[in-house]
Design a protein around this ligand. Structure first.
Ligand code: ADP
Length: 494
């Protein structure tokens, strides 16, 4: 009998990937294609929907072929995706009427500002802030600005979806217009308490209900892929936004479980169980996952640039040749090297949410060099994670460990300093592809390949645990300096 596998489609911000996992979480095949970022105006970020589709389809077909050559038969598909990115397409032709407006896009900032007094109303229902980041104002922009869009929408001819929804529509040849509760919870249109699209929010953002996808559980029957399109008829059985999928991939299934992903940016998600904890510290309240109609909520904190700080050192100011080098350089200094980087390259995220903040460097001398830059860039990510965990703790929930993943955590020095600053254990898993793995787990759960969440969690394996070692006086001294640097950065932004 051939071995069974699950295809996970991970449609990200810079690339589309397809990975076939064996049921124990090991990778069988892996295909990835980058695609073009479009910046048509200041603060605008778009993707070509056809390029998203083509790179996803080609990667999926290749991963399936490679798996088949290795004797693995794929039973089902899971999808995870860049969140909030917004598409509107014609239900008759399946063609998008405008490029995908990416989560990073700020074009609706002024509009958000103009209805700022509605923020509490929106937040109470959605757990989110009123910000261009989320999908609602992007949909409204497309309807208002694309010629004929409102007319088509009034005739029920347009569909809205986040990337998962668009891919499912295409993979099923237009048969399914669906999404999952975690993606829906990022739109600013979904009431996370009633678990339904919210009529008052649709009215506020002037979006017709007939455009919206049906919202399913994260493990559910999303549709069957068209043989004509993919070459095989396979059930799509699991869907979650990328950060939520990582929460599942890291088996963070209990209230208090925490994962933090360190890629281009950093996203920390804390499972709060069946209670939707509303933050008093500008963290987002979001759907972690919904299974069998039961929602597990999460508190989320975002740091806009994490690995991007290292990219800037490498590609922007050429202080590094490789990201990896940051570790050796950081190790060459001691704790009191004195340089602090507040990396507000794209503003500061949680718990500040200050879009006007800019990156600032403090404490340079004539002796400052590449090692200081590298170390300050890595340290900053740890200090910022400390701010997020502090906010979570002040909202009433603390964790005794954090599960980490993403490209940056290959850096041992970073993981150790993170443990030192957070004063909790940092657990690095053996399987680092948490996001893609989470989508595969959800699909496998729906298809009965896993009995339950405990069965999934039994595959969890630690690569290395980093325990706090730094003495409290040093830690307190460093954190005090960091807070001064942040305060000065915020003051400069005013
Ligand atoms: P994404 O999924 O957001 O594209 P990845 O999870 O692939 O990101 O991580 C890539 C990021 O990790 C890059 O920004 C890179 O600078 C950073 N990175 C990779 N290796 C290291 C390392 N050894 N030390 C520090 N940062 C690293």
């Amino acid at each position: 009998m051939s071995k069974q596998g699950i295809l996970s489609i991970d449609q990200g911000t810079t690339s589309s990937r397809a990975i076939v996992f064996a049921l124990n979480g090991q990778q069988v095949s892996n295909m990835q294609q980058e695609f073009t970022q479009h910046y048509p105006a200041n603060g605008w970020v778009e993707h070509d929907p056809e390029e998203i589709w083509k790179t996803t389809l080609e990667s999926s077909k290749t991963a399936l072929e490679q798996a088949s050559k290795k004797g693995v038969s794929v039973a089902c598909i899971g999808i995870t995706n860049q969140r909030e990115t917004t598409l509107v397409w014609n239900k008759q032709t399946g063609k998008a009427i405008y490029p995908a407006i990416v989560w990073q896009d700020r074009r609706t900032a002024q509009y958000c500002e103009s209805i700022k007094k509605q923020e509490e109303f929106v937040r109470a229902k959605t757990g989110l802030l009123l910000d261009p980041y989320f999908s609602a104002t992007k949909v409204k922009w497309i309807l208002d600005e694309v010629e004929g869009a409102r007319h088509l929408a009034s005739q029920g001819k347009l569909a809205f979806g986040t990337v998962d929804s668009f891919l499912i529509w295409r993979l099923t040849d237009g048969k399914s217009h669906v999404t999952d509760a975690s993606n829906a919870s990022r739109t600013n249109l979904f009431n996370i308490h009633t678990q339904q699209w919210d009529a008052e929010l649709l009215e506020l953002f002037d979006i017709p209900a007939n455009m919206l996808p049906e919202v399913l559980d994260c493990a559910d029957d999303f549709g069957i892929t068209s043989k004509r399109v993919l070459g095989q008829s396979l059930p799509i059985s699991g869907v979650a936004g990328d950060q939520q999928a990582a929460l599942v991939g890291q088996s963070c299934f209990k209230a208090g479980d925490l994962k933090s992903t360190y890629g281009t940016g950093c996203f920390a998600l804390l499972n709060t169980g069946e209670e939707a904890v509303m933050s008093s510290h500008k963290l987002l309240t979001t759907v972690g996952y919904r299974l069998n109609g039961v929602t597990s909520y999460a508190l989320e904190g975002a740091i806009f640039t994490a690995g991007a700080n290292i990219q800037w050192l490498r590609d922007g100011i050429h202080v590094l040749d490789h990201a990896k080098q940051s570790q050796v350089l950081a190790e060459s200094l001691d704790y009191d090297h004195g340089v602090f980087l507040v990396p507000g390259f794209a503003g500061l995220g949680a718990p500040h949410w200050n879009p006007n903040a800019r990156a600032s460097l403090f404490g340079m001398t004539r002796g400052t060099g590449p090692a200081h830059f590298a170390r300050a860039a890595l340290e900053a990510v740890c200090y910022q994670t400390h701010e997020l965990l502090n906010a979570m703790e002040n909202d009433g929930i603390s964790s005794s460990a954090v599960w980490v993943d993403g490209g940056m955590v290959a850096n041992d020095w970073l993981c150790q300093f993170l443990a030192d600053i957070l004063q909790i254990e940092v657990q690095r898993p053996k399987i680092m592809e948490s996001t893609a793995l989470g989508a595969a787990y959800l699909a496998g759960l729906q298809e009965g390949l896993y009995k339950d969440l405990d069965d999934i969690a039994s595959h969890k394996a630690v690569d290395r645990t980093f325990s706090p070692e730094l003495g409290e006086p040093t830690r307190a001294r460093l954190l005090k300096k960091w807070h001064l640097a942040v305060e000065a950065t915020l003051a400069f932004a005013e």
